[in-house]
Design a protein around this ligand. Structure first.
Ligand SMILES: [Zn+2]
Length: 387
């Protein structure tokens, strides 16, 4: 395991690539963005919107969660004179704070559709996916992408305005995808955190049939092509920064948490799902890093945090055992999915990459005081030190 020379992204991060000099894809694409003509980008945006107007009432779909980014997206679209149809596929286990932020977004002056899939089926899928791919949030990763496409097809709205391009911001995947402007089925399948699990695999879950999976399936390719559907990223056309989005969203009524979120270094994201803590913990077990690293790296690139200070923050916060999340205990969260503590610990062990963590001479994991395994990390181990 080695780290990017400029930020703290590790070589274990899925789909991350490195230059010969040991700089990660996310840093590389940030630095080579060059000078960007935002006023030209804005003109291109308006042209695209004009050319793709089909529905007489709605200009586009904006997929929203109620979070800082989607609150900003909706505000931006309204400020630019558009009438978006906002669509939410709520999280697996929505928190009251998440609900308040959705209601706040609805007050911005937009039409809004919320698609809630069968909750019992979804719980079964969450439990199944925790075991099958180590991701309790798998259904959420699918539905946030497929639901807006279903609504686009049904309402004859050929343009979906997404927020940030993750391939660029987090450096995942092919270098050429850092310049991605369109989101389509390939992007979902390649980068949608599906971990190789297909929707059809869910049919092996007792009590789940194909009629339960309508919204999980991407609409038929012919239908999508017939509509001429385009998914675009707002951050290609308007300057985008997570922290700016927080400031603007808070001015619009968006609420943050009174405390920092467990396992992260912020209080302004991942507020809407009780299972985020479990999801982030599994990321740590599988890859030796988690959400604090993502946030810190983003700030390092923008020169808002030094790499040295980030090491302190990441070592302190990444991988903290999620014994509670937004005031709900792990046990209560597991009970919701009918997962016992023993099952949970067994699945954690199954997904732990033992080569990343300290072990006793007998091979047992060395654990920190919070119960989480202790990482073997040397943040100054770089690519060219090894090769
Ligand atoms: Zn980097």
């Amino acid at each position: 395991m080695y780290y990017c020379k400029k930020c703290l992204y590790p070589s274990t991060k899925p789909d991350l690539w490195f230059t010969e000099e040991g700089v990660c894809g996310a840093c590389h694409s940030y630095e080579t963005r060059g000078s960007y003509d935002w006023s030209d980008a804005k003109n291109q945006f308006h042209k695209l919107m004009r050319e793709n107007k089909k529905n007489p009432k709605y200009d586009c779909i904006v997929p929203v969660s109620g979070g800082k980014d989607s609150t900003y997206q909706v505000w931006r679209m309204l400020a630019e004179g558009y009438n978006p149809l906002c669509v939410t596929a709520p999280t697996d286990f929505l928190t009251p704070l998440g609900r308040r932020n959705i209601e706040n977004l609805k007050n911005l002056g937009v039409d809004y559709i919320e698609v809630s899939v069968n909750r019992d089926v979804r719980k079964k899928i969450a439990k199944y996916s925790l075991r099958s791919v180590g991701d309790i949030q798998w259904s959420e990763h699918v539905l946030i992408y497929t639901v807006p496409v279903h609504i686009a097809v049904n309402f004859n709205i050929p343009i979906i305005v997404w927020g940030e391009c993750g391939q660029r911001e987090y450096g995942a995947g092919r270098p050429e995808d850092a310049k991605m402007v369109l989101f389509d089925r390939r992007v979902l399948e390649e980068y949608g955190s599906l971990n190789g699990q297909r929707v059809s695999d869910l049919l092996s879950i007792p009590g789940v049939s194909s009629k339960d999976l309508y919204f999980y399936e991407y609409p038929e390719p012919d239908t999508v092509e017939g509509l001429g559907l385009k998914g675009i990223y707002l951050d290609n056309y308007f300057e985008w920064h997570g922290i700016t989005n927080v400031v603007i969203s808070q001015a619009l009524g968006f609420e943050v948490s009174p405390n920092n979120i467990v396992g992260t270094i912020s209080n302004y994201e991942n507020l809407d799902n009780y299972v985020h803590g479990i999801h982030d913990y599994f990321k740590y077990l599988k890859f030796g890093f988690s959400r604090s690293t993502d946030i810190a790296c983003n700030l390092i690139r923008r020169k808002l945090l030094t790499r040295e200070d980030a090491i302190f923050l990441v070592a302190k916060n990444d991988g903290v055992y999620p014994s509670e999340y937004l005031d709900k205990s792990l046990q209560e969260i597991l009970n919701y999915y009918s997962v016992t503590s023993d099952e949970f610990h067994e699945i954690c062990d199954d997904y732990t990459d033992y080569s990343l963590f300290k072990r006793t001479p007998a091979g047992e994991l060395v654990r920190r005081s919070d119960g989480s395994p202790s990482l073997i990390s040397n943040f100054n181990q770089y690519k060219n030190h090894i090769e």
